[in-house]
Write a protein that binds this ligand. Structure first.
Ligand code: PEP
Ligand code: MN
Length: 338
């Protein structure tokens, strides 16, 4: 249920409503908008007092049932779009934020070379995997903590914040120590223990849609993080499995306007995994910006033919630079900066 409070009520009055909600057995989450304050009461309604009783209070304007099961992510709770801030970079604001870097961190020299190149072209965040979720246990599994140290080195040198994947609950702390955004990969999007754990930390979380995850399931995964107390969630469409085999996945660009309609969280698109082919990355990146994405996450490698993972979908730095030049007018055409 959503409890809409009357305009101009004091903090003490908000706290009083929250206390009553807690006493009724629900978890109160306060959302302060520019004009209105709203309290989302989270919890199973069966067997608990009816929250509509709160309409008897003078401080409460109305109590509304939430149709969507993803209460905290929903636009019904917060009509303004959320912005996620990372060390001076805002995702979900006017500017489209491009995150770029190698699929895997392979060496210090490799990650520094890519970081310098993508920064020079206008990327705002450095990506790179240190813990890699590989289909085969025999494939390169990542440099792990050493990889995190190389990423931190690249951040120190370039000033770019770092996004990197956390694979399991045991490594949340160490990944959070070295990085600025924690990525939950497509294969972990329904690892509810991990989602709850990253909900307990304050750092921004990039949630990648699973390859067989519906929009509703995706938003319920976001809800795990939000309801555990972390409001800094960025959603990422990275392609889903369909009958089509011409591309690695089917990049579902429908998801961008659908997610923007249903929820207030920023949405970014990964055209690298979404297509699996470097030459399809630029057209789909432009398409993503045109249909309203708040950002892109793109794989870049100086020598894709030698990459330890995802070489075929990685752009060389010069191609990435060209894409960035071509993206600017697309962003401007839809009222965004880059
Ligand atoms: C990645 O970003 O390198 C990655 C493994 O992504 P996904 O979880 O979307 O497959
Ligand atoms: Mn990859």
């Amino acid at each position: 249920m959503i409890i809409v409070l009357k305009s101009g009520i004091s903090d003490a009055e908000v706290n009083d409503v929250c206390r009553r909600i807690t006493e009724m057995g629900y978890g109160p989450h306060v959302v302060r908008g520019e004009f209105k304050t709203i309290v989302a009461a989270v919890g199973e309604e069966r067997g608990r007092p009816d929250l509509r009783l709160l309409e008897a209070l003078e401080t409460v304007e109305s109590v509304m049932p939430v149709q969507q099961p993803f209460k905290l992510a929903s636009r019904e709770v917060r009509s303004e779009s959320s912005e996620v801030r990372i060390n001076g970079v805002t995702v979900g604001g006017r500017d489209v934020v491009v995150m770029a870097g190698p699929c895997s961190v392979e060496s210090e020299a490799q990650v520094l070379e890519v970081a310098d190149a993508v920064k020079a072209s206008g990327a705002r965040v450095l990506r790179g995997g240190a813990y890699k979720p590989r289909t085969s246990p025999y494939a390169f599994q990542g440099l792990k903590e050493q990889g995190l140290r190389y990423l931190a080195e690249a951040r120190k040198r370039t000033g770019l914040p770092v996004v990197t994947e956390v694979l399991e609950t045991e490594s949340v702390e160490v990944v959070a120590e070295y990085s600025d955004i924690l990525q939950i990969g497509a294969r972990n999007i329904q690892n509810f223990t991990l989602l709850r754990r990253v909900g307990e930390i304050g750092k921004p979380i990039l949630l990648k849609r699973g390859m067989a995850t519906t929009i509703q399931e995706f938003l319920l995964s976001a809800e795990y993080v939000l309801s555990a107390g972390n409001p800094n969630v960025i959603l990422c469409e990275r392609g889903i499995r369909t009958f089509e085999t011409a591309t690695r996945f089917t990049l579902d660009l429908n998801a961008v306007p659908v997610l923007k309609k249903l929820c207030h969280l920023p949405v970014v698109v990964d055209p690298s995994h979404g297509t699996g082919h470097w030459d399809l990355v630029a057209p789909m990146a432009k398409g993503a910006v045109a249909c309203g994405a708040d950002g892109l996450i793109i794989e870049v490698h100086p020598r894709p033919e030698e990459a330890l993972s995802d070489g075929p979908q990685s752009l060389k730095p010069a191609k990435f630079a060209q894409l960035m030049r071509e993206l600017r007018p697309v962003a401007e055409a839809v009222g965004r900066g880059l």
